[in-house]
Design a binder for this molecule. Structure first.
Ligand SMILES: Cc1ncc(COP(=O)(O)O)c(C=O)c1O
Length: 427
């Protein structure tokens, strides 16, 4: 992209503020790609990193283990009801590749060879590697690789802003669920149903209506389909609960966390599985039931140490309660944001807000322009003192989870100014 031929250099950061080489201070409205929890340069997290890096910096999880990773596995099992074992990796896409491989291999391990297909939802996003792209097809991102992606069975997700004509929102939800049940009951060939937990992030900040995920979870149980949840972007408090699948009253067989796991400081992700899944992999060597998957930095002890400290701090400072309280600040700005003539809809939950830009509020036409909306908003945001990213026609607010009320107010005021200033440049 020609418009991104040069970049500002971030040299320092503190709390919600990023500071560039010229000394400009901007609010990190993106939470460093949706992963920052305690703000930047948090002394407790930095200490966890430095303390561990003096002991052992990296030691392979092939044939060995290390103390921070053992502790982290226990911590994760403790917070994740129904989960039994943890598989470590170093980014969210890999965690989802692992989830896919575990789900497919599970059926082979138990001798059921008919279950080879993966069901997903439209516009899901699970990362940029080929398996993750296949199960999370966002047309704008992945169309160039369509021929190489493996086929999946996709179902629609209810979208309150775009309800099909003639249907109530409830009819629309039931319609989506009926499509799933119809296919599940038709043929017993589906290995797993994979979806983001609680909301679709990159697919447009689509927050699921109450009970939608719960009902899919029930359908999976009824038709013996593994239920695989991606909490990489939505767990760990982003939507206001530590474990989103708990809030959704759904029961996964496999769940992935990433992003906020290390407070957003180091690269680590995990794939958790329940006992039924784990047991199917633990045969004799010659049974060849084990999972062939591993990465060089799997279970890195420094990343695990900072993740342990991060989880300790969630409890110590009661972060989830704080997120639920601070989340109300967004509500105070709903009217002002919706009043802007290019804003069609706002979708908000926990520490996440998506603002949908439209060229016509009446017919809800998404704003389309030859220019990059992201670039326009990035430049205008910078002038207002915020680091902002849009995904397509959605302005995403994904700040550090521990942002203070007054800081969030400032961010929202600056976002409103940015949308107003960007308007003439994109229509
Ligand atoms: C829901 C979800 N799953 C998986 C990923 C991929 O994670 P990573 O970028 O760490 O590979 C992302 C990244 O944004 C995501 O939002």
């Amino acid at each position: 992209m020609k418009e991104w031929s040069s970049f500002d250099t971030i040299t320092k950061a503190n709390g919600i503020w990023l500071i560039d080489s010229k000394g400009n201070k901007i609010i990190d409205a993106v939470g460093s790609m949706w992963c920052n929890v305690w703000g930047h340069s948090n002394p407790q997290l930095v200490k966890a990193i430095t303390t561990q890096s003096k002991k052992i910096q990296h030691s392979s999880l092939f044939n060995l283990t290390n103390e921070p990773v053992e502790k982290l596995a226990k911590n994760l099992i403790k917070i994740s009801p129904g989960m039994n074992k943890v598989f470590f990796s170093d980014n969210g896409s890999s965690a989802m590749e692992i989830a896919i491989k575990i789900a497919l291999q599970y059926w082979k391990n138990i001798g059921q060879t008919n279950k080879t297909k993966i069901a997903t939802v439209e516009n899901g996003y699970h990362g940029d590697t080929f398996g993750a792209m296949s199960v999370g097809y966002v047309p704008e991102f992945f169309a160039k690789f369509k021929e190489q992606l493996f086929p999946t069975i996709q179902f629609p997700v209810p979208n309150k802003y775009r309800i099909p004509k003639g249907l109530s929102f409830l009819d629309h939800q039931n319609d989506c669920l009926e499509k799933i049940e119809k296919r599940f009951s038709k043929k017993d060939d589906i290995a797993a149903f994979i979806m983001e937990s609680g909301a679709q992030m990159a697919g447009g900040v689509i927050i699921y209506p109450k009970d939608f995920q719960k009902k899919i979870s029930k359908l999976c149980k009824k038709y013996d389909v593994l239920f695989v949840l991606d909490e990489i972007a939505t767990g760990f408090g982003r939507l206001g609960s530590m474990v989103q699948y708990q809030e959704q009253q759904s029961i996964p067989d496999i769940v992935a966390y990433g992003k906020m796991l290390t407070g957003g400081y180091l690269t680590m992700a995990v794939t958790l599985a329940n006992k039924k899944i784990y047991d199917s992999f633990s045969g004799e060597f010659n049974d060849w039931k084990h999972l062939f998957h591993g990465h060089t930095y799997t279970g890195n002890p420094i990343a695990a140490a900072v993740a342990n400290e991060n989880i300790r701090m969630y409890e110590k400072y009661n972060l989830i309660k704080k997120i639920q309280k601070t989340s109300k600040v967004f509500e105070k700005f709903y009217d002002e944001i919706l009043d802007i003539d290019i804003v069609g809809d706002i979708r908000h939950k926990g520490m996440l807000m998506g603002i949908e830009l439209v060229s016509n509020k009446g017919n809800k036409t998404p704003i389309k322009t030859k220019k990059s909306i992201n670039k326009v908003f990035f430049e205008e945001g910078k002038k207002q003192g915020i680091y902002l990213r849009t995904l397509g026609n959605i302005v995403m607010l994904v700040p550090p989870l521990s942002i203070q009320d007054n800081e969030l107010e400032l961010l929202l005021k600056r976002t409103i100014k940015t949308i107003q200033a960007s308007k003439s440049k994109i229509i």
